[in-house]
Design a binder for this molecule. Structure first.
Ligand code: KG4
Ligand code: ZN
Length: 339
């Protein structure tokens, strides 16, 4: 079975083909709009929709050619139906529906976060056995999810204000770094002294599994003001200490969640899972606690269509009924999904 995956929920237009007989992605492409949005300091929804509209048809053709496939070689289309920006989602969904109609292919709506959840399965290794814990950290979400099966998700912790990725992006803005801030902070942090500033680790002493990141950006702002004009080393030190504070909270709370749910496997996913410090600290904590940690390949941490096609394949394998009764849903809740 060959499934065409389409992703357009935010600022990446992406297309991929997953082949279930070889369990592999046979072709894929991601067109990023980062440069377009960087000059505005963040994603502009209307601009994102227009770019998706311009790029998507050609990107599908490119991926079909790369995969040496014709529409007749495909068995289904999986498309991100939410959550995300409404206009951006509508471009992918409308294209998928039209292509499905013309080529007589079933179209399956996929939840964007469910894509991120299962992205480690794209590395060719077996997915860990259920139940496992997942830390989903992206620009819009910070979630700790207990996964008991495909479609069986229980959110046990989440951010009460900013998402972890948003915190990276906002901290980057304070330090005058371009959007998206995560990779920029990470680059700058490499030469920084991680011990120079003591930034808060919010919610670490709370008994629940929730997070809070809005105070960190403010703490960085005060430290910035106190050290103005910033020299290069101070900027790097601020980046290193902010990055460490975010990663430290994510690691400690994830490990605690695994412990309290008696779970021995943790998956980290979403754009922030690309962060090297987070990956390293998570690995160290794993060795100490015995909780096994799975992370997706770097290119499957940020938004892509391979994860959407892959979840489509898992859903087909599970025998999911294809209904016509669905639409793009910018606020689609992960917990609303069914097995
Ligand atoms: O999952 P994603 O690509 O898009 C959403 O669904 O939001 O995540 C994007 C977020 C951005 O906030 C970006 O700054 C962050 O992931 N990010 C990183 C890194 N790469 C991307 N944060 C920290 N370190 C990175 N290396
Ligand atoms: Zn995402």
């Amino acid at each position: 079975m060959r499934i065409l995956g389409i992703e357009s929920s935010c600022d990446e237009t992406a297309v991929a083909i997953y082949d279930t007989s070889s369990n592999k992605i046979i072709a894929e492409s991601v067109a990023s709009q980062i440069e377009t949005h960087a000059k505005f300091g963040g994603v502009v929804p209307e601009v994102a929709s227009r770019e998706h509209l311009q790029i998507l048809p050609a990107l599908v053709d490119e991926v079909l050619t790369k995969g040496e496939c014709d529409w007749a070689d495909l068995d289904a289309i999986a498309v991100t139906a939410g959550p995300g920006l409404m206009g951006a989602l509508l471009v992918g969904v409308t294209y998928a529906r039209s292509a499905g109609l013309v080529n007589d292919l079933p179209v399956l709506p996929v939840h964007h976060m469910e894509g991120h959840l299962f992205a480690p399965g794209l590395s060719g290794e077996e997915l860990p056995a259920f139940p496992f814990m997942s830390l989903l950290v992206s620009g819009g979400h910070t979630l700790l999810i207990r996964v008991d099966g495909l479609g069986l998700y229980k959110v046990i912790g989440q951010t009460i204000d900013d998402a972890a990725g948003e915190c990276f992006d906002k901290t980057a803005r304070v330090l005058n770094l371009p959007y998206p801030g995560g990779p920029e902070i990470s680059k700058l942090a490499k030469t920084g002294d991680k011990t120079r500033f003591q930034f808060p680790r919010p919610m670490l002493n709370k008994k629940n599994h929730d997070f809070s990141f809005s105070g960190l950006k403010t703490a960085v702002m005060y430290a910035t003001k106190a050290n103005e004009p910033l020299d290069d080393q101070t900027r790097a030190d601020l980046a290193a200490c902010a990055e460490l504070a975010i990663a430290d909270v994510l690691v400690k709370k994830s490990m605690r969640a695994c412990q309290s749910e008696s779970i021995k496997t943790l998956i980290i996913a979403g754009g922030v899972a690309a962060n090297e410090t987070l990956r390293t600290l998570m690995q160290q904590a794993s060795e100490k606690s015995g909780v096994e940690v799975y992370v997706p390949d770097l290119k499957y941490c940020t938004d892509n269509a391979a994860m959407i096609a892959y979840v489509g394949a898992l859903r087909f394998k599970q025998g999911m009924e294809i209904s016509e009764d669905w639409d793009a849903n910018p606020r689609w809740k992960l917990e609303a999904l069914q097995p």
